[in-house]
Design a protein around this ligand. Sequence first.
Ligand SMILES: NC(=O)c1ccc[n+]([C@@H]2O[C@H](COP(=O)([O-])OP(=O)(O)OC[C@H]3O[C@@H](n4cnc5c(N)ncnc54)[C@H](O)[C@@H]3O)[C@@H](O)[C@H]2O)c1
Length: 448
Amino acid sequence: MSTQEQGSPKTGASTKPAPATGKLGVMVVGLGAVATTLIAGVEAIRRGLAKPIGSLTQMGTIRLGKRTDNNSPLIKDFVPLADLNDLVFTGWDIFEDNVYESAAHAKVLDKEILDQLKPYLETMKPLPAVFDQYYVKRLHGTHVKKGKNKRDLADQVRADIQAFKKTVDRVVMIWCGSTEIFLEPTAVHQSLEAFEKGLETNDVGIAPSQIYAYAALTEGVPFANGAPNLTVDVPALIELSKKNSAPICGKDFKTGQTFMKTVLAPAFKARLLGVSGWYSTNILGNRDGEVLDDPESFKTKEESKLGSLEYIFQPELYPDLYKDIFHKVRINYYPPRGDNKEGWDNIDIFGWLGYPMQIKVDFLCRDSILAAPIALDLVLFLDLAKRTPELKSIGIQEWLSFYLKSPQTREGLYPEHDLFIQSMKLKNTLRHIMGADLITHLGLEYYD
Ligand SMILES: NC(=O)c1ccc[n+]([C@@H]2O[C@H](COP(=O)([O-])OP(=O)(O)OC[C@H]3O[C@@H](n4cnc5c(N)ncnc54)[C@H](O)[C@@H]3O)[C@@H](O)[C@H]2O)c1
């Protein structure tokens, strides 16, 4: 049998992932809108009250073999993922509200569904957080840890992880906390040794998100980052991730506007349509919107949102089409809309002989409804990576770029933003670790 469409390299990873036996503990940093929508959502799905819409791990299929084989199992039946019934949640927040109170405050889910889940949700009370207002100007935390230095705070988070580990079989940590101010890597981030020294000396370059990440990775716990904060995108924490076989991935959930961008931009490029301008603006009224109203937090988000087009369009290869794109992103805090964001895009494109055209996108989305399944998939796939011999010690899991506005890559590699390439990469990684043939979509063998 010719296997051209399935891809010539029969990859045959030597060892498959270990089974997902026992309980998977999920430690969530920041029990706000996204986190409570995730936790309440998983419980609603477990009880059969709703479906896991938007989650590739729960509803996605994966084609195996030729198109004529008709073999497309569910992803969760193909790779050994933790079952939703085996997830146990806990987390930290700077406010004392339990998960029910916080979900009610976030107003993402209806009161009707929250009340059905109330006895479960109100048992979850946040652990005191590592917080410093210097890094998130708009919040005033009251439920916070005290420590003599950043090392002491990291040790307290490690103690929280160690205590939780006693109650579950494996642990994953995910940052669903607020967006911190824009930080660039400094000397303290260049090696693990420098970072650990910086914890002792309270180096200002070490943000709270990095203290959690350091604690997780030190404990061998995979870490995902739903916000655009620098966090693990520094040599010191990549080193720690590899050393302790604690997988990491990129940052900032790719939910609304950037999701649309990484769908539309590859289409323009595939058809060689030029782009002269892309103006994106948003109104958002939740706490995330309030935090992003601060210019220093907005700068972090802006950098994350701006990156994708440059990489997708490759202006150095296509100067006639994409050399001088005017790209602007705005986020405006507008309380009446709550979590229901509205994102507008005006795209100025040009076609044959340079004739201009316009496209307008108006996406009335629900931020946390889009983010929760991404958070779930990242948790389940990072846990899978940790159980997969070939993946667990490589540090960055680039195959998870599919979910993130800012994919993380090894130094010297440009990030892949195109959603469809990301999707193919993710599925081929799953085929690869299970020893199945890769799929290249060549398909000439059908016409032999
Ligand atoms: N919702 C989306 O579509 C989406 C998409 C991409 C990224 N994000 C990012 O995800 C994060 C969460 O979004 P959200 O809408 O849930 O925001 P939110 O404001 O509702 O929740 C964030 C929570 O984090 C807590 N927090 C802040 N600093 C903390 C710390 N140091 N330790 C523990 N808790 C801390 C806050 O008190 C708050 O409860 C934000 O950074 C946001 O930018 C969200």
